[in-house]
Design a protein around this ligand. Structure first.
Ligand code: 0X9
Ligand code: ZN
Length: 420
């Protein structure tokens, strides 16, 4: 089947989790420092050596090769994007992984005291999963309200990279001019991860626009785990909220946190004391809160609902666009087990939201937002995000960690203590 036919088939099957696809991922171009021993080692692993340039050895490596290299502990550098990206960027105003990397480091360089790039883990294809921390005295771990903002668990949901990234940029730009924004940044630590699934996203950019999962080789010719079905709360509870079939677009993987992408988010989450989590997706124009795995309401549904209502009001006030809000089953008509916000809510009891960005439906464009829509979609989400930061700051003031918890917080990175 040509990819045009695949896209068409997928579109005809409707929105939400799309049709399973079995396209084979292209090999990556990776490079190594050129030494005789590295060359011999790579050749002995049966890798496809492309040649040498400027003291580096270039190799074409498929998913299995990359796993092998990881097991062997051979350090490599990803070069595919550098080699493939035409001037101006291959996907217009949207970020590719390498453009995101560059723009995050640019923000750090422009705002050294306020922005810090960090790597929370590596994808299966050994791409760094980048985050941006925004705070005053950003190099320090201060005793402040922590908020986590995630984007792009699902490869084809490109707009969900842009909103978290632009939010980080906007906060930094506002710091010098807006006293209210400045106070929020001074009083909180904002952790932004715009691209949780860099392998899948790259595949969606370069090969198959409709790709959803990561690029796990499941064997038997099927690829990908749904990164938003691999978290540990009620993982694999039933076959409605996720699938045990590797070919499915909602395949949950072989175990909770079997995927490096979910482990990276888990480890960041457990090393902090987050007060609030937002995970961006598209499309549907709806704010979702736990639970996803059941039709039963969350214990503090009233609180979740009132925060969501306020967010929806703020969103509407910008462009007049309406975001609905509610529990997954009521708003999307399907259950989800092993998703991000069920896990953060189930683990820490903190308000946790999935925001499905516009459009509202397939007819409005589904996953394929126009470039000109990036800015208005970001703008209408900005006040709601600022409100969430304020909510976290207020929550922190109302429920400050006690001295013993603070001691544990300081020790946690050294002791790998789980979240209280
Ligand atoms: O199915 C998903 O993972 C999300 N929708 S998407 O179309 N972007 O794939 C929805 C997750 C909803 N989660 C909860 N309600 N907990
Ligand atoms: Zn999604």
């Amino acid at each position: 089947m040509t990819s045009a036919v695949l896209v068409l088939t997928a579109l005809l099957l409707g929105g939400g989790p799309g049709a399973p696809t079995q396209d084979r991922p292209l090999p990556e171009i990776v490079s190594f420092p050129m030494t005789a021993s590295t060359a011999a080692r790579l050749a002995s692993l049966g890798l496809d050596l492309l040649g040498e340039r400027n003291g580096r050895l270039y190799v074409a490596a498929g998913p299995r090769d990359l796993e092998l290299l990881a097991v062997e502990g051979i350090a490599l550098r990803h070069e595919t994007w550098l080699l493939a990206a035409p001037q101006g960027g291959p996907i217009g105003a949207y970020h590719t992984g390498s453009q995101l990397e560059r723009d995050l480091f640019d923000l750090q360089a422009k705002y050294p005291g306020l922005a810090k790039v960090f790597i929370l883990g590596e994808s299966l294809g050994r791409r760094p999963i980048y985050g941006l921390k925004v705070s005053d005295s950003v190099a320090l771990e201060e005793d402040e309200a922590e908020t986590l903002i995630l984007g792009c668990h699902h490869a084809r949901e490109w707009i969900s990279v842009e909103v978290p990234f632009l939010f980080g940029k906007e906060l930094l730009d506002l710091y010098g001019t807006d006293p209210a924004a400045r106070q929020l940044i001074d009083r909180s630590e904002i952790w932004i991860v715009p691209l949780v699934n860099p392998d899948g996203h790259d595949y969606s950019v370069r090969v198959y626009r409709y790709w959803r999962k990561n690029l796990r080789d499941n064997g038997g010719g099927s690829y990908g785990v749904d990164v938003n079905r691999n978290y540990g709360h009620m993982w694999g509870l039933d076959d409605q909220g996720s699938s045990g079939n590797p070919a499915s677009d909602v395949y949950r993987g072989t175990a909770p946190f079997s995927e490096p992408e979910t482990r990276a988010v888990r480890d960041l989450f457990l090393s902090k004391d987050f007060r609030l989590v937002v995970s961006y997706h598209s499309y549907s124009q709806v704010i979702l809160y736990p639970w996803g795995y059941t039709t039963a309401p969350a214990p503090d549904r009233a609180r979740l609902s009132s925060i969501a209502q306020r967010m929806a009001d703020l969103m509407k006030s910008v462009n007049g666009r309406t975001y609905d809000h509610g529990q997954g089953i009521d708003k999307l008509n399907y259950l989800t087990n092993g998703d991000t916000v069920d896990w953060t809510y189930g683990t820490a009891g903190i308000p946790s939201f999935t925001i499905e960005l516009p459009p509202v439906d397939q007819l409005g464009g589904g996953f394929f937002n126009a470039e000109k829509d990036i800015e208005p979609i970001f703008r209408e989400n900005l006040p709601a995000l600022l409100y969430l930061l304020q909510w976290a700051v207020d929550d922190f003031a109302a429920r400050p960690p006690d001295p013993f918890s603070r001691l544990l917080d300081r020790l946690r990175p050294r002791l790998f203590l789980p979240l209280r």
